[in-house]
Design a protein around this ligand. Structure first.
Ligand code: ADP
Ligand code: ZN
Length: 292
C-alpha cells in the first residue's frame, strides 16, 4: 500500500511517501508560502507517486468535525493567507484520493500510541515543545476531538518566581504554557537559544517547572498513563529527569499509583519514534482514510 503523508507546518511542508507500517520511501521539503504558491507544489509532488490515500498532520487550528462542510480546513490561524484554507478538500480533489487530517500533535500522538512509546497503554498525551507548544490527547484509545481539538499549549501555569518574564510571550494569554515554555522564549528571555543555553542555567530549572506543571495537570485531570515529550527543546535529554522530579514534587504524593511514585520514568518519556512521530501519524491517517 503506497500512502502519502503531509506534515503541514507553519514554516515548511514535508511531503513523504510511505506505507502503513511507517516505512518512508521518499521525501521532499518545501517552504510554507501562501496557499496559492504552496498547495499546487504539494499536489505536484504527490501527483506522480501513485499514492492510494493521503494523511495530513497539520498546523491549526483545524476543523476536524467530519460532518462539517469545512472539514479539513485550517480555520482561524494568525498565519497570513491561511485563514479558512481548504487544505484537505483541495488535496483530495487535486489527487483524487481519500484524505484525513489531524493536528500535527494529534497525528504524533496516534503514531506513538499505535507504534511508538505507548504501544502498551490506552491513554497518552503527545506534547511538542518547539516553535510552539501543543498537545495531542488519546483517551481510551481514541484521539480526543471535542468542540475543536485540544489546545494543550494554552493551559495557564503558575509563573516561576525567578522568571524575569512571568507573563510569557503568547499574544492571547498571560502566563500560558506556550507563552512561557516554547523554544523561542529562550532567545527572548535570556538572549541565547535553547540549543546553546548551558545546562546549569536557571532557565532550564524554569523550563522544567513549566513542563512539570503540565505533566502534573495531565496526571490529575486525565489520569493519563503516558506523556510523550517531543520537539526541538526536548532534544536536551537532561530535561527529562528534571521534569520527572519536579512533577513528583508538585503532585506531593497525591496520585498514589505505583507507576507514578516509583516509575515516573515510564510515564514521562521521549518519543519512541524519535523525530518520525508526525510523519508516521500522517501515514496512519492515510491508512484510515483508505479504510473509510
Ligand atoms: P517546529 O516546532 O517548527 O516543528 P522544532 O521542534 O525543532 O520545530 O522547534 C524549534 C525550536 O526548538 C526552536 O526554538 C529551537 O531553538 C529549539 N530547538 C531545536 N533543536 C534544539 C536542540 N537540539 N536543543 C534545544 N532546543 C532546540
Ligand atoms: Zn496562549
Amino acid at each position: 500500500m503506497i500512502l502519502g503523508a503531509l506534515e503541514a507546518g507553519g514554516t515548511k511542508m514535508v511531503c513523504s511517501v510511505g506505507d502503513e507500517q511507517g516505512h518512508i520511501l521518499d521525501r521532499a521539503v518545501m517552504p510554507t508560502l501562501t496557499p496559492d504558491e504552496t498547495l499546487p507544489g504539494i499536489a505536484a509532488y504527490f501527483g506522480d507517486k501513485h499514492i492510494e490515500a493521503l494523511g495530513i498532520a497539520g498546523f491549526g487550528p483545524l476543523d476536524l468535525n467530519p460532518n462539517s462542510s469545512t472539514y479539513g480546513y485550517i480555520t482561524t490561524t494568525p498565519k497570513p493567507g491561511w485563514q479558512n484554507c481548504p487544505l484537505t478538500p483541495y488535496l483530495r480533489e487535486a489527487l483524487k484520493v481519500p484524505a484525513l487530517i489531524d493536528t500535527d500533535v494529534g497525528a504524533a500522538a496516534l503514531a506513538e500510541f499505535e507504534m511508538g512509546a505507548g504501544k502498551d497503554v490506552n491513554n497518552l498525551i503527545y506534547v511538542t515543545v518547539g516553535t510552539g507548544v501543543g498537545g495531542g490527547v488519546i483517551v481510551n484509545g481514541q484521539l480526543v476531538h471535542g468542540l475543536v481539538h485540544p489546545e494543550a499549549g494554552h493551559i495557564i501555569v503558575k509563573p516561576h518566581p525567578q522568571d524575569p518574564n512571568p507573563e510569557g510571550f503568547c499574544p492571547y494569554h498571560s502566563s500560558c504554557l506556550e507563552g512561557l515554555a516554547k523554544g523561542p522564549t529562550f532567545d527572548q528571555r535570556w538572549g541565547i537559544s535553547s540549543k546553546a543555553l548551558p545546562q546549569d542555567h536557571i532557565g532550564w530549572v524554569i523550563e522544567a517547572d513549566y513542563l512539570a506543571q503540565f505533566c502534573a495537570n495531565a496526571l490529575t485531570m486525565l489520569s493519563t498513563e503516558m506523556i510523550v515529550l517531543g520537539g526541538g527543546v526536548m532534544q536536551q535529554q537532561f530535561l527529562f529527569p528534571m521534569i520527572r522530579k519536579r512533577t513528583l514534587e508538585i503532585l506531593g504524593g497525591y496520585v498514589a499509583h505505583d507507576k507514578v511514585l516509583n516509575h515516573i520514568d515510564q510515564i514521562i518519556v521521549p518519543p519512541g519514534l524519535g523525530v518520525n512521530s508526525g510523519v508516521t501519524g500522517a501515514l496512519l491517517l492515510a491508512a484510515r482514510a483508505l479504510k473509510g
